[in-house]
Design a protein around this ligand. Structure first.
Ligand code: ZN
Length: 183
C-alpha cells in the first residue's frame, strides 16, 4: 500500500522519533509499504517520520533506471534499518547532491563524512555493526537525520537557505506539485 508522504512544515518531520520495539504491530507490513511508497516516488531512502510515523525505521534501495526502455532494474543497496545509530564518522567529508521526498524539487550539495560505523537491526532483528561507505553511507546519514527531526536543508549554509526560502515556503504552503501523494 502506498502511503502519503508529509512535507516540510509538518510537525512530525521535526520530532525526535522513538525506538522501534520488537512487538511493534505489523512491522513487516509497514516495511513493505515503505518500500512500495519509496519506489513509487522514485526515492532511494525513506524514513518512517516521512510517512507520519515517529519511529526509528528506515528503508533504503536504489533502482537503476533505464531511459531507453523506461523501466527499472533490480534494486541495489537494499537495507532496512531499525533503530540505527552512527557510532563513528570516518574519512573525509565530501559533497553529494541530495534531494528528499519531503522537500520536493530542491536538490543541493550537502557535506557529510564519506564513511561511518553504524549499528542497526535489520527486518529479521539481526544485529549489525558495520563500517559502510558510498551511497549506502550517504543515504543512511540523510535518513538518520530524519529520525532526529532534521532535514537536509538544515545542513546548508545560511546564505543558501535564504536563497531557497521562497521555494521552501511553497512546500510548507503545499504549493508544489508532486507525482506522488503528499498530505
Ligand atoms: Zn529525506
Amino acid at each position: 500500500m502506498i502511503l502519503p508522504i508529509i512535507g516540510l512544515g509538518h510537525p512530525t518531520l521535526r520530532k525526535v522519533a522513538q525506538p522501534v520495539t520488537k512487538d511493534y504491530p505489523n512491522l513487516k507490513e509497514l516495511i513493505a509499504n515503505m518500500f512500495e511508497t519509496m519506489y513509487n516516488a522514485d526515492g532511494v531512502g525513506l524514513a518512517a517520520p516521512q510517512v507520519d510515523l515517529s519511529i526509528r525505521l528506515v528503508t533504503i534501495g536504489v533502482r537503476p533506471y533505464n531511459e531507453k526502455t523506461d523501466t527499472y532494474g533490480e534494486p541495489t543497496d537494499v537495507h532496512v534499518l531499525i533503530n540505527p545509530e552512527i557510532l563513528e564518522f570516518k574519512g573525509e567529508k565530501e559533497y553529494f547532491n541530495e534531494g528528499c521526498l519531503s522537500v520536493p524539487d530542491i536538490h543541493e550539495d550537502v557535506l557529510r563524512p564519506e564513511r561511518i560505523v553504524m549499528h542497526w537491526w535489520d527486518e529479521n532483528w539481526e544485529e549489525h555493526t558495520e563500517e559502510i561507505d558510498g551511497l549506502f553511507a550517504r543515504i543512511a546519514q540523510h535518513e538518520i537525520d530524519h529520525l532526529d527531526g532534521k532535514v537536509f536543508t538544515d545542513r546548508l549554509s545560511p546564505l543558501r537557505r535564504t536563497m531557497l526560502k521562497r521555494r521552501m515556503n511553497d512546500i510548507v504552503n503545499k504549493k508544489v506539485h508532486t507525482k506522488y501523494r503528499m498530505k
